[in-house]
Design a protein around this ligand. Structure first.
Ligand SMILES: Nc1nc2c(ncn2[C@@H]2O[C@H](COP(=O)(O)OP(=O)(O)OP(=O)(O)O)[C@@H](O)[C@H]2O)c(=O)[nH]1
Ligand SMILES: [Mg+2]
Length: 285
């Protein structure tokens, strides 16, 4: 894997911008992908936000295993973080993470608000910077909090290119930022998982490599994930990708299974949640 391909220059620029803006920020909200909470944590944020109040938000919780996500929340809370799980695409206010986040922010910021009151000052809005890897849902989450589509969001990494302030009532000012990765993945599995969930551009990894990794995880969780969706028998298949391609009728000239097309399909269906709620990373004790 060529480093340059997945750590483009604009990410270096973004990191510099985040550092430069940090002085005026009250709280840093870091979005993680609930399916890969460890792989989606950018170690650079720990350095950039080391003196700031921090909240970890496990987004895309609707795509992850609910029980596993609850364990991750506990895991991060034990490490001293404020942590909560949300689904930024949820329209139902009662089910969305908005109320949860606002109560956490108010708790975190109560000292500042109290200080301002004592000085007889009118409360200024709490300034929160939303950070995270590409495509994790930062802009979507901001739109959910604001109750309007103020930030551009789309299903590919690298959509947001500059910072943008979005007001939520008079209480919060949220800064949307471009997604950032870090220059080197110490564990190659991290890069692979981030590509599976769509944080790394699709041209960096070979699709068959990605799907082979996914299939291994699915089998270790429960072979029924594949059996139900693709109507195949895992025990009786020597080559799962071929079995899936065959079940879908993805044949090329001469009856050869189109592995590339099969891999793209499995990847898309996983990303779209069609295989069920699947966490690729679980808490190990
Ligand atoms: N299922 C599901 N999809 C989500 C959720 N949050 C965001 N998405 C989808 O994820 C994709 C990326 O969302 P964005 O808000 O553009 O992500 P971003 O972090 O701003 O991405 P960059 O600006 O490229 O860094 C979009 O297709 C969203 O609809 C969620 O909680 N659940
Ligand atoms: Mg964005």
């Amino acid at each position: 894997m060529d480093n340059i391909q997945w750590y483009p220059g604009h990410m270096t620029k973004t990191k510099r911008m985040l550092a430069a803006q940090m002085g005026i920020i009250d709280v840093v909200i870091e979005l993680l992908d609930a399916r890969v909470p460890l792989s989606s944590r950018n170690p650079d944020i720990d350095t950039l936000a080391k003196d700031k109040k921090r909240v970890l938000v496990l987004n895309k919780a609707d795509l992850a295993d609910e029980k596993v996500t609850a364990l991750w929340e506990e895991y991060f809370k034990k490490q001293g973080f404020f942590a909560l799980s949300v689904n930024a695409t949820e329209n139902d206010k009662a089910k969305s993470g908005k109320a949860k986040l606002i109560s956490v922010l108010k708790k975190i910021m109560s000292e500042k608000v109290e200080r301002q009151k004592q000085r007889g000052r009118i409360n200024s809005p709490i300034r929160a910077m939303i950070v995270g890897i590409p495509n994790v849902g930062k802009s979507t989450f901001i739109n959910q909090l604001a109750g309007r589509a103020s930030a551009i969001a789309a299903d590919k990494p690298g959509v947001t290119r500059g910072r943008q302030w979005i007001k939520v009532g008079g209480e919060f000012d949220l800064m949307d930022t471009p997604g950032v990765l870090w220059p080197k993945f110490d564990d190659p599995l991290v890069g692979l998982r981030l590509a599976c969930t769509g944080a790394v551009s699709d041209n960096v990894f070979d699709k068959i490599t990605l799907v082979t990794h996914l299939l291994e995880i699915f089998i270790s969780i429960d072979p029924a994930i594949l059996e139900k969706r693709y109507k195949i028998s895992v025990a009786e298949s020597d080559n799962l990708l071929e079995a899936i391609g065959n079940a879908r009728g993805f044949k090329m000239k001469g009856g050869v299974i189109d592995s590339e097309r099969t891999a793209i399909t499995v990847l898309d269906e996983f990303r779209g949640g069609k295989l069920g709620r699947i966490s690729l990373e679980t808490v190990t004790k």
